[in-house]
Design a protein around this ligand. Structure first.
Ligand code: AMP
Length: 436
């Protein structure tokens, strides 16, 4: 019989394994903590939505909707897509549940996987994870935009990341953007043939996206195109000036980046991105902006909105390369029991230590002492607790600190307190733990 086929994860998606998952969990808990201090509350939206929702909000002409969505026809003939982003879902839920009736601004955050069928490369996956925050309500005061950005910078600080850049821009509104896009279209008509294939297509379908092009040879031409900043109407110009003032008063450094347009159609006025030099070509850690007309476009009330999404995969990569956060959870105790008579005491101790919040490994089968101690070390255990039938009779267990082999005898009731209060001799770093 031929050996059965082995399966691999689908191209562009990946498994996230321990110990990396500890850092993911640390990051998610930290992000939740930061967001909640700014009075954001979690919303859980489905992974599946009607395809039409994304076509109407993200934009049918965007790469995301036209090329990258995982779409299927459900049994009732509805076109369904795996969400490529979550802002559309949050706004759909906001409208569906009449959340505009809630007092004050509605501040929501989400965390979860998104799906885009992009060309896989480092930092770009087909299933990736985002944490995002959205503010919906009757005002579009730039203080909201600045506070949202501040929140992101606080999260970066909590992750001990200092090498990042905040890029900001304003892309105008329904009043001034159409005229600018027209100007851009006209300017592009003259130079289109010198641009890359994607830009030639975008010149027709979505001229703003040309500004986003990363192809080296196109840059000189694109830099000469008309700039949105010089084409903003007065209210947009004022909004952008106030945003900059609000960032200044918070001492948040930024770079005004006239070409920052973002890929999704629903953005208007403020757009921003946080980049990291650690990331290479896919250098955006987070991005966001205003979408004041989106709720109405989706049949909802005339409320304003702003939000961002950060890429968890990329945050994790940068946190790992900075090496300042150790989120690995150590194995506190490995229990070595010898003789069938020792097992009940070992099981009782394991349960008692775990009740105290300690992480404990208890071998199912009687181990050989030397092998067990070597396994305990390879697992990175802080202590080995050795229980033989003699120890059971005496009511005292041998507790061995593996880092320096220091050993003492302790009564069952004292083991937990001792393990808890004894600091590790040399803290193990995440990198060491993952090599063992
Ligand atoms: P966007 O929804 O395109 O504005 O993306 C927001 C953030 O999500 C980006 O700044 C990235 O950090 C992350 N992101 C977007 N697409 C991907 C992808 N294919 N793989 C990994 N991260 C991504």
């Amino acid at each position: 019989m031929s050996s059965p086929r082995k399966f691999h994860a689908v191209r562009g998606v990946r498994d996230i394994l321990p110990p990396d998952t500890s850092l993911w969990n640390w990051f998610e808990a930290t992000a939740r903590d930061v967001l909640e201090t700014y009075n954001f509350r979690e919303i859980r939206v489905p992974v599946l939505e009607e395809t039409e929702l994304f076509a109407r909000s993200v934009g049918a002409e965007t790469d995301i909707v036209s090329k990258e969505m995982y779409t299927f026809t459900d049994r009732d003939e509805t076109a369904i897509s795996l969400r490529p982003e979550a802002t559309a879902s949050v706004v759909r839920a906001y409208i569906e549940h009449g959340m505009q009736m809630r007092p004050g601004l509605v501040k929501l955050y989400y965390a979860g996987p998104m799906f885009r069928r992009e060309r896989p490369q480092k930092g770009r996956y087909r299933q990736f994870y985002q944490i995002g925050a959205e503010v919906l309500g009757s005002t579009d005061h730039p203080a909201i935009d600045a506070e949202l950005i501040e929140m992101l910078t606080v999260l970066l600080e909590r992750c001990k990341l200092d090498n990042w850049t905040l890029l900001i821009n304003s892309i105008g509104d329904a009043n001034c953007r159409p005229q600018y896009v027209q100007k851009l279209r006209e300017a592009l008509a003259g130079v289109k043939s010198q641009l890359c294939g994607d830009c030639q297509r975008r010149s027709e379908t979505n001229p703003l996206r040309v500004l986003d092009c990363k192809v080296e040879a196109d840059q000189v031409i694109i830099n000469r195109l008309p700039q949105i900043a010089e084409n903003l109407c007065e209210p947009c110009r004022e909004h952008f000036a106030e945003l900059r003032r609000q960032l200044d008063l918070r001492s948040i450094p930024y770079q005004v980046t006239p070409r920052l347009v973002r890929g999704l159609d629903y953005y208007m006025r403020t757009t921003f991105e946080i980049t990291s030099p650690h990331l290479g070509a896919q250098n955006a850690l987070a991005g966001g902006g205003r979408y004041d007309s989106l709720p109405e476009m989706l049949g909802g009330p005339a409320v304003k909105g702003i939000g961002f999404a950060l890429g968890e995969d990329r945050f994790i990569e940068v946190i790992q390369s900075a090496g300042k956060i150790d989120a690995t959870r150590p194995l506190d105790a490995f229990i070595v029991w010898m003789g069938a008579g020792a097992y009940p005491a070992a099981a009782r101790l394991a349960r008692r230590l775990r009740q105290q919040g300690l992480c404990v490994e208890l071998p199912a089968e009687e181990p050989k002492l030397r092998k067990a101690l070597s396994l305990a070390e390879r697992l990175g255990a802080r202590f080995a607790v050795i229980i033989g039938e003699n120890e059971v009779r005496e009511g005292a267990f041998a507790v061995k600190r593996l880092a320096d082999a220091e050993q003492r005898k302790l009564a069952e009731a004292d083991v937990a307190a001792f393990v808890k209060t004894t600091a590790p001799v040399a803290p193990r770093t995440g990198a060491q733990a993952s090599q063992t």
